[in-house]
Structures are given as C-alpha cells and as structure tokens.
Design a protein around this ligand. Structure first.
Ligand code: GLN
Length: 486
C-alpha cells in the first residue's frame, strides 16, 4: 500500500480496494518498525489516527468524502493541535498543548485526512539539518549517517521512507525545499500569504510560509488546494481564489520560458549536483520549454540579509516564551528575583542555535545598530525582489539548484554556523521576495538524491505544479524509494 503516491492512495480508497482503517494501521505498523532508527516523529498519535480513520470510512460509505478523506498524513510539530502537544522541537514547549488547531490542521481535518503524528524539526524551525531539535537528530532514509535537511527534516524523512502519504512543513528560508531535496521528495513553498499562518508557531513572520512535502507534484496539488485560501485570523493571508490545482496540472502544456541563473552554477555547486541538474534542464527542454540564461545579481547577498531580518523577527516573536503562562519553567525558577526567573526559564528552555538567533536579532534591532544592519538588510531585500521582478519580465519560471550539495553527514556542520547557513544560498531569495518555489527530485549525486528548484512569480503555483507534474511524467526520480523502505 505504501508503494502508492497520495493521489493513487486516494483512488484506492475511492474504489474500495482498501479502507481508511486498514491504511492507517498499515502506516502505523511501518512507523513502529522504522521510526526508532529514523527519529522522524516527535509524537505518534495512534489512537487519534484510528478514530479519524474510522470516521473517514463512515464518511466514504455515506458518500461525503473529499479526495483527502482517509489519507494518512503527518504534521510538522510547529502547527498547533488541540489534541496533542506542539513542541516546535524545543524543550521550551515540551509540555505545551495548544488550546486550538492551526488553520492548516483544521482544514485538512475537515477534509477527512488522518493525522498519524507530529514530525521532528529543528528547534523553532531554526536550522538546515534537524540537528538543533531538542528531540535529537533525524536520519536520512537514503543514508542513516546523513542529515535529512531541515528544518522540516522529520516531515521529509517520513515521506521519503513512506511512513505517511504526505506531510506539512514550513519554509522561512528553505525549510521545505532543502529537506525535500536532500531526502529525494517533492517540496512546495507557496507564495507568502497563500496559506494561513494562524496557529503556526512564528519564527520570522514576514518570511514564514506553510507548504507540503510529498512524493509528487500531483500530491502537493491535492494538499495545497485544501490548505490554501483566505483566513480572516491571519492578517497577511491573501484574499485570492484558490485554483483547482490538481486538475490544472493536467491541462495541455503551454509556452514556457525558463530562466537559468548563470551565477547559480558557479564553483559553489557540487559537480554531482550540477550534472543531475544539467540533465534535468535538458529534460525540460525536451518537454518544450525554452531555456534562457539570466542573472540574479544580488543573490549572494541573500544569506547575509536573511541572517539579519530573520533573527530580528525571531527575537521579537520568541520574547513570549518565558514560562509565565505556559512553556518550560525551571525547577529553580522561584528561588531568585524576577530577572533570574526569566534567565532560568529561557536559559534552560532554549537550545544554543535559538539563543544565537535571539542575541543577533536583539543586537541588530538595538539603537545605533538598527540603521547599520536592519535597515540595510531591508534594502538588500528590495534589491533581491527587484532581481526576480526583472527576471520574470522575461521568463515564466526560474530553474536551478535547491542546494549546493547532497545530504551531508550528521555532525559535519554543527561546529560552524556560517557553513550551515550557506546551505540555503539558493532557497532564501524566494522567501525574501515572497515567491512560490518548489524542489523536485531530479537525479542522484553518488547514492544521494538531488533537487531541482523551480521559482515562479507571485501566485504562480499552478504553473510551477504543472511544470513539475509534466517533468515527473517524463522521469521517475520521484518514484525511487530509499533502500530498505520499499
Ligand atoms: N535554514 C534556515 C534557518 O536556519 C531556514 C529555516 C527555515 O526555513 N525555517 O533559518
């Protein structure tokens, strides 16, 4: 059963080849068998999943099903769930049960999807390897000594190892696309505002966006058409109609010009990745796309700009975690004065990477440094948006690498934060400019998967998904299963 994509599973449920309960039990058994080694789940919600599956079977029998009814999925543990804790990968929220469901959780539940559990992630979504999680590193199903990417590393590993039909994730600087690339699956970060951020623990509010991790673009389309849409509870949510993505992707191929940024293929790109990407671009040409060489001149400034803007917003967003009303409270909290109370709770509740970001963010926002750093970074952000706007006056889609290298070893980059940050060099631009972007499996470097990134203008999800869907009809990289998980 787990050899099927989400779309194929929906078909099997519809025809009665399998029931939601059988399917859910099958996936729970796989989780029990494989997740001790992978550590991809923080919480498995067996009882809740079985109850949702029984309800899904009842709905299907009553003829009230949607295409997602009975489909087993997993949520990144950054989405608030009323039925089980939401840790955000942090000791700070280890004991936190939200009083409500995030909009994403609510909409997927309403459609009848079955939630198997909450997936592991970098603490407060800060990281590119899943190693900053309070709950430990996640292993890459393709190579247990390698990272699955981050911060949505648990969701990526779950889909890659076929422990769920699909998963949710969030992407602030690459956290859906980068783990999708390193784990050999399809990741979609929609346009900023396309999916509601209500109930999603905030990291950097002007960059955060929820999206999907799936085997295929078709699966992503099915999830996105349910998740997306206006939400009055999120003031940055876009009030734009949601196209029927899963049918749009099958429309006839139209004229497509793809821009290939020359400077994305410089010496920073691993030779194995470059070879796989070259072949993938050739495949797109065969499908009828015209390739055009372009330049995104300010992209080399995206990492420094991001590491001012994102920590600044994080330092403000994370100030709410103090152990007063909820969250971690130190056993020693009440033994000193008020200052010591905060120091103990936050000092023990947050991990090293989160503290580093709070310190950077507080620094760049402080009097005397605001103009030199924060304002400057906002100007760079404008330059990067301008680069993309110029590109999209000439091309429909920008295509290039998702990551500079395939998955790296666990522990390889933990000693050098800047080395870790550079992993997101190709992904951060889309967040700074609020653009939709995807990563699609496009080959291997050695035994490890490589991702092709597609970036489009605002609200061009239909075109991105369709291009990826056509690419996946012509290739089978997305169908490869890590050894031992088939
Ligand atoms: N890796 C980047 C960071 O550490 C992006 C994280 C994300 O997209 N949530 O901030």
């Amino acid at each position: 059963m787990h050899d099927k994509t989400l779309a194929q599973t929906a078909e099997a449920l519809r025809t009665g080849e399998v029931s939601a309960l059988e399917l859910t039990k099958h996936y729970l058994a796989r989780i029990a068998r494989f997740d001790d080694a992978l550590n991809a789940f923080i919480t498995v919600t067996e009882e809740h999943a079985l109850a949702q599956a029984a309800e899904a079977d009842r709905r299907m029998a009553a003829g009230e099903a949607t295409p997602l009814t009975g489909i087993p999925i997993a949520h990144k543990d950054i989405f608030c769930t009323a039925h089980v804790r939401t840790s955000c990968g942090s000791r700070m929220l280890d004991n936190f049960i939200a009083p409500y469901d995030a909009t994403v959780v609510e909409r997927l539940a309403r459609a009848g999807a079955v939630v198997l559990g909450k997936t592991n992630m970098d603490e407060f979504a800060m990281g590119s390897s899943n190693e900053t999680s309070y709950y430990g590193a996640v292993r890459n199903p393709w190579d247990h000594d390698a990272v699955p990417g981050g911060s949505s590393g648990g969701s990526a590993a779950v889909v890659s190892a076929r422990l769920a039909c699909g998963a949710t994730g969030t992407d602030t600087g690459g956290s859906i696309r980068q783990p999708a690339a390193l784990s050999g699956i399809t990741g979609l970060k929609p346009t900023y505002g396309r999916v509601s951020r209500y109930g999603m623990v905030a990291f950097a509010s002007s960059l955060d966006q929820a999206g999907t991790l799936t085997q295929t673009a078709e699966d992503a389309a099915l999830l996105l058409e349910t998740m997306a849409g206006f939400d009055s509870r999120d003031s940055t949510s876009l009030d734009e109609p949601v196209p029927p993505y899963s049918t749009v992707i099958d429309e006839p191929w139209d004229d497509l010009t793809i821009g290939v940024p020359e400077n994305f293929f410089d010496e920073g790109l691993d030779a194995g990745n470059a070879a796989a990407l070259g072949a993938a671009l050739g495949e797109l040409e065969k499908l009828g796309a015209r390739l055009k060489s372009i330049r995104l001149d300010n992209v080399h400034l995206s990492v420094p700009a991001y590491y001012v803007v994102a920590p600044a917003e994080a330092s403000s967003n994370l100030s709410r975690f103090d152990g007063v009303r909820y969250g971690y409270r130190s056993p020693e909290a009440m033994t000193g004065n008020l200052n010591e109370f905060y120091k103990r709770n936050r000092g023990e509740g947050f991990g090293a990477e989160v503290k580093r970001r709070i310190l950077i963010g507080t620094y760049v926002l402080s009097t005397g440094y605001y103009d030199a750093y924060y304002l400057k970074a906002q100007k760079v952000r404008q330059l990067i948006s301008g680069d993309f706007a110029r590109a999209f006056a000439e091309v429909d889609i920008v295509a290039g690498p998702t990551t500079p290298t395939p998955a790296f070893r666990i522990g390889q980059k933990t000693g050098d934060p800047v080395e870790m940050y550079l992993n997101d060099i190709y992904t951060i631009g889309a967040n700074l400019a609020g653009l939709p972007a995807m990563s699609v499996p496009c080959g291997f470097a050695g035994a490890l998967p490589v991702g092709l990134q597609l970036i489009g203008p605002h609200l061009s999800e239909s075109r991105l998904l369709k291009t990826a869907h056509y690419f996946q009809r012509a290739t089978d990289w997305h169908a490869r299963v890590p050894p031992g998980y088939d």
